[in-house]
Design a protein around this ligand. Structure first.
Ligand code: NA7
Length: 532
């Protein structure tokens, strides 16, 4: 099969791949995007499970760079459902005529750096080969599914589906369903399907703290306000920490009276949004144990008030820190007031095995199920990379380099992997994702523009990565998030070494750092002549 040569190859056609393609095409480069999926969308192509929606508000869960589109593209609700986000990404790809540079149903198999020619040699699942001077991985944070290792899973005769590989149009009406996992995804699935399944058994290992999302139809007056203020809105988002469109609090929780604390928690519970509740109420919920416990007590009390059956309420009330990615929902706890919805606490009665007809727990109960839904999450961030062979200088693979934990310079570059850039790689900011994607894409575009002009290779220095990772560690040192076994610290996968996956210094500081690099001498990058 004939080899094709490009200036840049982008892997992934979600938010990141779409914007990167547009920018590099504007630089005048020949660009090819490949994606394993059948069309654009990335995360939003795969995650078609019932109830899937973004938990960032619609007005900022989109690209910021097309103002006319921002003001005219419809969004009916405060939160966008999976189908809405997918339609939006298709709309952008079509509007900018980007699909002609995209090849779908094509999975990256390997990428090897040719040290003599200074190019990447790429093999894909179709048997084709490509060469490219730049390799950009836009693989997303969460794409490699995590499947639980349950004894007897192969014996089960019913249907079994991971939420991130949901069969299109699959109807759950009248079925006896079981959901394993009660994270962000599990909460959304359970909330959505409870009303139409015959029975719903929720297998929960750790309960999580969830607050209302505050979803609802968008009032035309609100839309008009947003349209008239988009410049200021994006300015605020880019100069905030988590980029969720609200002002982060600067007030420590224990510095106010108990009554005032209660009032602030209640006000934010009513407004809705998980990130707002964690970061907009007080500044130290994620860092200070006492402050954290105040938020926990408030949410536990709410769960107790919503869920009528005390036994169910007790199982749903977490007792550990509120220190995972904050969740919000459209009436999750309310579903447990339905008679057809039950909860199994896996810490009290773990799953012992799957049988032909369902799931057996340690109390000897066999839960008979027509369908088992795996809402068990992802091998996040580096899991997307280590399943393919990416070989840099001296024959060393990324997997080998990341044996003791995935690290990078700025969440974007890895020493030893010249002219390769990651979007949302390890050690990038912990935020609403599209504003971070835009920041990184613009940085990568500037870097490639510089490399084209100066005819040099771009490769991060070891010391620059070490210093960046050290900074990430210092910032995260007191984070209560470290105590939870969640994907945020790469601690949700059995056998995987937990590591620091994010820069918790906020988008504003991250952007300031990248700007300094772009406007300076490309600090942290080696000066290597590309013609060498
Ligand atoms: P998460 O947040 O990683 O949640 C996965 C859930 O699955 C969580 O409740 C896990 O329990 C549970 N889990 C995982 N493995 C098992 C096994 N073997 N047995 C029982 N329960 C299990 O993934 P999500 O898809 O919900 O959300 C990921 C992100 O997507 C989210 O943060 C948003 O950014 C969007 P655990 O808590 O580990 O005990």
């Amino acid at each position: 099969m004939k080899q094709r040569d490009f200036d840049a190859l982008i892997v992934g056609a979600g938010f990141a791949g779409i914007y990167q393609l547009r920018n590099l095409r504007d630089l005048g480069l020949s660009v090819q995007v490949i994606d394993n999926a059948g069309d654009v969308g990335g995360t939003w192509y795969w995650n078609r499970y019932p109830g899937a929606m973004s938990d960032t508000e619609s007005y900022i869960y989109r690209f910021s760079w097309d103002k006319e589109d921002l003001q005219t593209y419809p969004w009916a609700n405060h939160y966008s459902k999976q189908a809405d986000v997918l339609a939006y990404l298709n709309h952008v790809a079509n509007k900018y005529d980007l699909k002609k540079h995209m090849q779908f149903n094509t999975e990256l198999r390997s990428a090897e750096w040719d040290e003599e020619k200074n190019i990447w040699r790429i093999e894909v699942s179709t048997g084709e080969t490509f060469t490219s001077r730049y390799l950009i991985t836009a693989l997303g944070l969460l794409s490699k599914q995590n499947y639980p290792d349950i004894k007897g899973i192969d014996k089960y005769k019913g249907e079994i589906h991971h939420t991130a590989k949901w069969p299109q149009g699959y109807d759950l009406t009248g079925k006896r369903a079981g959901v394993i996992g009660c994270g962000s995804t599990g909460v959304q699935v359970i909330t959505d399907i409870a009303k139409r399944v015959q029975s719903l058994t929720c297998f929960q290992r750790h309960p999580q703290y969830s607050v209302p999302s505050g979803d609802g139809p968008v009032d035309p007056k609100y839309r008009e306000y947003v349209n008239n203020n988009y410049d200021a809105i994006w300015d605020q988002v880019r100069n905030s920490a988590v980029a969720f469109g609200f002002k982060e609090s600067t007030i420590p929780a224990m510095s106010v009276s108990p009554e005032e604390r209660e009032r602030i928690f209640e006000e934010n519970w009513q407004k809705g949004n998980g990130f707002r509740f964690m970061f907009g109420t007080f500044c130290d919920i994620a860092y200070n144990a006492e402050a954290n416990e105040e938020a926990c007590k408030f949410i536990r009390k709410k769960i107790g008030q919503i869920v009528k059956d005390p036994a169910k309420a007790r199982k749903l009330q977490p007792t550990d820190y509120y220190a995972r990615r904050p969740l919000c929902d459209g009436g999750y706890y309310e579903q447990f007031n339905r008679e057809n919805v039950s909860i199994v606490d896996l810490k009290e009665t773990p799953i012992t095995e799957m049988t032909e007809s369902g799931i057996k727990t340690s109390d000897g109960v066999e839960h008979e199920l027509d369908v088992v839904i795996l809402a068990t999450g992802f091998d996040a961030v580096d899991g997307n990379y280590t399943r393919v062979r990416i070989r840099g200088r001296n024959g060393k693979t990324l997997k080998e380099r990341w044996e003791n934990g995935a690290t990078s310079y700025l969440g974007v570059c890895v020493p030893g992997f010249p002219n390769m850039f990651m979007i949302t790689g390890p050690n990038g900011p912990f935020t609403n994702i599209p504003p971070t994607i835009e920041t990184q894409v613009e940085f990568i575009t500037a870097a490639i523009g510089e490399a084209e002009k100066s005819k040099r290779l771009l490769e991060a220095e070891e010391q620059a990565e070490e210093e960046w990772v050290q900074l990430c560690e210092e910032i995260a040192a007191n984070s209560l998030f470290k105590t939870a076994n969640s994907w945020v610290f790469g601690a949700n996968i059995p056998g995987k070494k937990a590591s620091l996956v994010f820069f918790f210094g906020g988008l504003q500081n991250y952007r300031a750092r990248l700007k300094e690099i772009i406007e300076g001498e490309w600090k942290g990058f080696k000066q290597i002549n590309a013609a060498a």
